[in-house]
Design a protein around this ligand. Structure first.
Ligand code: WQD
Length: 333
């Protein structure tokens, strides 16, 4: 299939492009390079032997985005493009609503105009909020989000569902990611956050590379085995492979499906830290701090639907995730 990948030079987007190309799909990328670098294109070529077509455009630029649809007739779209920093979204809600909602509506309107009816959307487990018991199940629906970033994911899910009611020929698969970490095994496509990393593993990576003195552990008084927060970490290449399954499923079906993409297993902050120590062969200093506002204690996926509908199961464990993250970090120094 010829697939438009918005946000395709990003951490998850670029790994997904590699897996799509490895499976014989033609990939065309649009990205505004707000949170990624153009050299990712050469890295994709390095891994796959092909350079994907790239257009530096913003989903907020309606004409710029439409011009890509005038050049290429797409079979499907995988929509990653969006701002994703939870903390920043609390400080700058309108920036997030404009970009993640108005930008997405631009895309959906242009897809409608050019009759592109297959969509995979990058959603997040954050839409469950803190309303439900773990493991989180898709049928729980949308919870109470605790930040504008999460709310934009929730609103996109609602918009996509409504699009499906209006046009039953539309086929959308909404993937709710848990915690993507790691890098491809060449160590070329990893996570390079701008500024101080909000997320756990990129921050640990910067402690290991000497950019940070120690990891701040946000709370050790949760109701978990070691008191620290538990999350469902999934290798970014496993997540990328799930997108290949999802877009191929969308090509064969109609309607809207919501699917969790996780491992179904939770790891605590300290378990991840010790796995990273094993991967890098160094002790990683940390300090226990107060809880981070908005954090929940435990979050992990029910993965039955991904297995039943997509035939998807995560392959890689936390050690592989940390090994591949560390290799990327070493390559980036
Ligand atoms: C994981 C655990 C922290 C940093 C968020 C978004 C989600 C998705 C993934 C985009 C928690 C602890 C973290 C640190 C720490 N984002 N931690 N010290 O909050 O589960 O999910 O990122 O798609 O939508 O909500 O991920 O990596 O920030 O935190 O102790 O420096 O690590 O308290 O328990 P989170 P995270």
């Amino acid at each position: 299939m010829r697939i438009l990948v918005t946000g395709g030079t990003g951490f998850i987007g670029s790994n997904t492009c590699v897996e799509l190309m490895k499976n014989g799909h033609e990939v065309i990328i649009v990205d505004n390079l707000y949170n990624s670098k153009i050299d990712v294109l050469e890295k994709i070529e390095n891994i796959t032997g092909q350079m994907p077509r790239f257009y530096q455009t913003d989903i907020l630029d309606h004409d710029g985005l439409e011009s890509v649809f005038k050049i290429h007739s797409f079979d499907a779209v995988i929509h990653f493009a969006g701002y994703k920093a939870v903390g920043e979204s609390v400080e700058k809600p309108l920036l997030y609503y404009r970009n993640n909602i108005a930008g997405s509506i631009n895309l959906y309107e242009i897809m409608h105009k050019y009759q592109v009816k297959k969509l995979v959307f990058s959603s997040s487990a954050t839409v469950y909020g803190d309303d439900f018991e773990v493991p989180f199940k898709e049928e729980y629906g949308l919870g109470t989000t605790t930040n504008p970033y999460g709310t934009t994911k929730k609103m996109n899910e609602m918009i996509i569902s409504d699009m499906g009611y209006a046009d039953p020929e539309i086929s959308s698969v909404i993937l709710r990611y848990f915690n993507p970490i790691g890098a491809d095994e060449t160590g070329l496509l990893g996570e390079h956050p701008n500024g101080i990393p909000n997320n756990l593993v990129p921050y640990i990576a910067q402690v290991v590379s000497g950019q940070r003195d120690y990891l701040r552990v946000w709370g050790d008084d949760y109701d978990t085995p070691d008191g620290t927060g538990v999350r469902d970490y999934i290798h970014v290449v496993d997540l990328a492979r799930a997108h290949v399954k999802a877009i191929e499923y969308a090509a064969e079906h109609i309607g809207t499906e919501v699917i969790n993409i996780g491992t179904g297993k939770g790891y605590s902050v300290l378990e991840v830290l010790h796995a990273y120590e094993k991967a890098c062969g160094k002790e990683i200093p940390y300090k226990i701090m107060d809880r981070r506002p908005g954090d929940i204690a435990v979050c992990y996926a029910d993965t039955k639907k991904a297995k039943e509908l997509l035939g998807f199961e995560a392959e890689y464990d936390i050690d592989k995730m940390c090994q591949d993250s560390y290799r990327f970090t070493q390559n980036s120094i």
